[in-house]
Write a protein that binds this ligand. Structure first.
Ligand code: SAH
Length: 372
């Protein structure tokens, strides 16, 4: 028996192309092998090195010994009456995060998480109540898409790759985990990666303004912004990060993002809370704010969760709100609620989170877990 410590296997999932090239070189192979590996892992969803038949046998054997393709472990999986599926994925022995697949006739959207919990403390969001524990790694972020394609592929769906659209609208604030999210976005859109067009990858943010500017320099994906209120006073209450970055600053960052990215428009998410932000007057203020800009407004009927003080706006109120916007030349749609019978709808993802934040955003604006 040898006394040498066991070699720790490198998880190849989530490595950037240069990182994978460096690893391949370390094994003594040509860097172009990294391209082949990427294509096997992401395009074909292959998880076993032994099956990567155009790689030299000796190289495959090296990979088996030194590397792995490790995705998050599934804790539970649920299916809604409407076909929506939700998986609880292991973050560690005690904690878990969630991803949701929403099938539609012409596409399959996977809603993925970027953090275990969230520190931003939006008052109407169930994830906020759990607190924040940690950022997901790039491997855990791309691993969600990899896993969903595998799970859905084996469950009898006719398409080879079930996930055609990815939205970062699960647990967490993606721009607060910038360092791990950006490489994941590259893997989603790279033609040797998942090869999704930039319009099919959407990052949703509560409004971390400096990171929106940084993102504009890094990758081109569609941007969705959680606006939820037409004025600072109300937004301070609903989305507390607004106290740091008020609406005017946020919108400036949005238009800058579009300029830099040649983007078509920004989607503004607006949760419909009964008697809070759903009056026709508020719709008109919102219209004024966005008029003349490439903006789409997505009205999200509030999804309740235990302990919340909010109620969903009545259907006629949502309709009236939408009409006020349409009459003023804006594009507005109402998001169809999916998967609410399994708590998979927007804002209902709770996972299992042990809060580690000492100071939450609710009262004081310090201690936000934003990674450089
Ligand atoms: N942190 C990011 C992404 C996660 S949430 C963000 O804030 O954008 C995805 C969307 O669901 C956001 O617009 C969020 O505000 C909304 N949401 C949160 N809780 C909700 C609830 N209970 N009902 C409906 N939508 C909710």
């Amino acid at each position: 028996m040898s006394d040498a410590p066991p070699i720790e296997r490198e998880n190849l999932l989530g490595l950037t192309r240069p990182e994978l090239e460096a690893f391949v070189r370390e094994l003594g192979s040509e860097p172009f092998r990294a391209r082949q590996l990427w294509s096997w892992m992401y395009k074909r969803g292959e998880g076993r090195f032994e099956s990567m038949t155009d790689l030299a046998k000796a190289f495959r054997a090296q990979l088996v010994e030194r590397a792995e393709i490790r995705v998050p472990e599934i804790v539970t999986s649920q299916q809604s009456a409407d076909g929506t599926r939700k998986w609880l994925l292991r973050a560690d022995a005690k904690q878990a995060f969630e991803m949701v697949f929403i099938p539609e006739p012409d596409r399959g959207t996977l809603c993925i998480s970027s953090q275990v919990g969230c520190a931003l403390d939006c008052s109407f969001c169930s994830t906020a109540q759990q607190g924040f524990n940690r950022n997901l790694t790039t491997a855990e972020i791309v691993g969600q898409v990899w896993l969903a394609n595998r799970e859905l592929g084996t469950s009898g769906l006719p398409v080879e790759r079930a996930v055609t659209n990815v939205v970062l609208m699960g647990m967490g604030e993606p721009l607060a985990n910038f360092r791990n999210v950006v490489p994941a976005l590259r893997i989603f859109t790279d033609d040797l990666g998942f090869d999704l067009s930039r319009r099919r990858v959407t990052l949703s943010t509560s409004g971390l303004v400096p990171q929106i500017y940084k993102l504009a320099e890094e990758v081109n994906v569609a941007l969705a912004v959680s606006l939820h209120a037409p004025d600072d006073e109300l937004r301070n209450e609903l989305v507390p990060i607004n106290r740091l970055h008020p609406i005017a600053e946020l919108l400036e960052a949005c238009w800058h993002y579009l300029d830099e990215q040649n983007g078509r428009s920004i989607t503004f998410e607006y949760v419909m809370l009964d008697g809070v932000n759903d009056s026709p007057a508020q719709a008109r203020t919102l219209a004024k704010l966005l008029k003349g800009h490439p903006a789409k407004i997505n009205l999200i009927p509030f999804n309740p969760f235990p302990g919340t003080r909010y109620k969903r706006s009545a259907a006629p109120a949502i309709q009236r709100f939408k009409e006020e916007l349409l009459e003023r030349g804006l594009i507005a749609t109402v998001r169809r609620t999916r998967g609410d019978d399994i708590d998979a709808a927007c804002g209902q993802l709770a996972g299992r989170v042990i809060d580690r934040t000492t100071v939450r955003l609710g009262n004081k604006l310090i201690g936000v877990a934003v990674q450089p």
